[in-house]
Design a protein around this ligand. Structure first.
Ligand SMILES: O=C(O)C(=O)C[C@]1(C(=O)O)C=C[C@@H](O)C=C1
Length: 377
């Protein structure tokens, strides 16, 4: 056998050389990307440029095809490269959206999100302040300077923290919050402050590598145009910004956050009840099941209080969960009555309701699963 192995020596040597050349080229590309961020900072240009990435991707796929390389694979490869570029460009200094640095106070500045955005603002050249539990007394001294105050505290204390600001900010200061529900905090901010008010929801956690491609939801409440510089700033950081109506946003979030996280608890707690350990399940799991288990599992690596606050955020959310249990009972009768026909009817109803999305979900999850299988299986 071993002498046959020798046959591979020379092509393998060549493969090693080529792989090294790939790394050399990537390293050279990285140097250029580092130069690009300097120019972006000087010229106030954004880290993430979706149009450029899409153009590049199309051209790269075409090129790959002419060279006999699978275009879908080539797309993944290029997207990974560009993600690395954005990570490189998010390390030190960010382009600033304003002529002069802004004075930004983060309330809850010691929390995960507070720390992250404080660091981002600092690295952009803005002047930041942080208030947490122990230094509220500093507010009075800082208030006259502040262009913006962002409340980023746990959801269950957001409104009381906002009330605490009543009458203590100057009229020009923009008041904003980062809470994952929007209507109630916005009402509280409008009451506590007579100047510009905007409700924000960064749709990511504190552990993201950088903000590029992350989503920031903007809800206008009062004098939206005064806060447009912050929107520009988010875009320069590489974020995607969407404008939303607070009620609509909350309606979606009750389901996404309240229900989704509760179902994770249901799933996890029933595994405990059934005494089925994740490790035993993993042994038998296909990539898709593995992906599902990971989606549930990740919740329990995080803070219980955070999730309790999210699930029990407000009455609407709790009411929705009660409705969910009622619906559960309805479906449970299908099982009790061994109603196979009923199950199929319900199933097909959802298929119709989902429409095109079901096909899209099959496609997208297929992609995810293949990547996951590649990496972890
Ligand atoms: O063209 C730029 O603006 C770059 O920073 C380079 C690059 C890339 O790696 O090709 C990286 C990030 C942008 O979203 C687009 C492209």
């Amino acid at each position: 056998m071993s002498h046959r192995h020798k046959e591979l020596e020379s092509p393998r040597k060549r493969i090693d050389e080529i792989d090294e050349q790939i790394l050399d080229l990537l390293s050279e590309r990285g140097d250029i990307v580092r130069d690009v961020i300097k120019r972006k900072v000087e010229n106030q240009l954004p880290v993430f440029v979706p149009a450029r990435e899409e153009e590049k991707t199309e051209a790269f796929k075409k090129l790959a095809r002419t060279k006999g390389i699978d275009p879908d694979w080539a797309e993944d490869f290029l997207r990974m490269i560009m993600t690395a570029s954005r990570a490189t460009q998010s390390q030190e200094t960010f382009p600033i959206a304003t002529d002069k640095p802004k004075h930004i106070l983060l309330i809850g500045g010691e929390g995960g999100m507070g720390k992250l955005y404080k660091r981002m603002a600092d690295q952009t050249g803005h002047i930041t302040y942080s208030i947490d539990k122990s230094n509220w007394y500093e507010l009075e001294e800082w208030a006259p300077k502040l262009d913006m105050v962002i409340v980023t505290v746990p959801i269950n204390v957001t409104e009381s923290v906002i009330e605490r600001l009543s009458g203590r900010l100057k009229k020009e200061t923009i008041l904003a919050d980062f809470t994952s529900n929007k209507s109630n905090p916005i009402d509280a901010m409008l009451k506590a402050h007579e100047g510009p008010v905007v409700g924000l929801h960064p749709m990511h956690g504190p552990d993201v590598q950088n903000l590029s491609k992350q989503l920031m939801v903007f809800c206008d409440a009062r004098d939206r145009n005064k806060a447009s510089w912050f929107k520009d700033q988010c875009e320069l950081w590489g974020m995607r910004v969407i404008e939303a109506d607070p009620e609509k946003h909350d309606h979606v979030m009750h389901l996404v956050q309240g229900l989704r996280h509760f179902v994770a608890l249901l799933h996890g707690s029933f595994m405990e009840e059934y005494d089925l350990k994740p490790a035993d399940m993993l042994d038998y799991s296909s990539p898709i099941y593995r992906a599902e288990l990971m989606m549930t599992g990740r919740i329990f690596a995080q803070d219980a209080e955070l999730y309790a606050d999210i699930v029990f955020a407000n009455k609407e959310r709790r009411d929705l969960l009660i409705k969910f249990f009622d619906h559960h009972k309805k479906l449970a009768t299908l099982v009790e009555e061994n109603d196979r026909e009923g199950f199929i009817k319900e199933f097909e109803g959802v298929t119709d309701f989902f429409g095109k999305f079901a096909t899209q979900a099959l496609e997208e999850s297929g992609y995810l699963i293949n990547r996951l299988a590649d990496r972890f299986a």
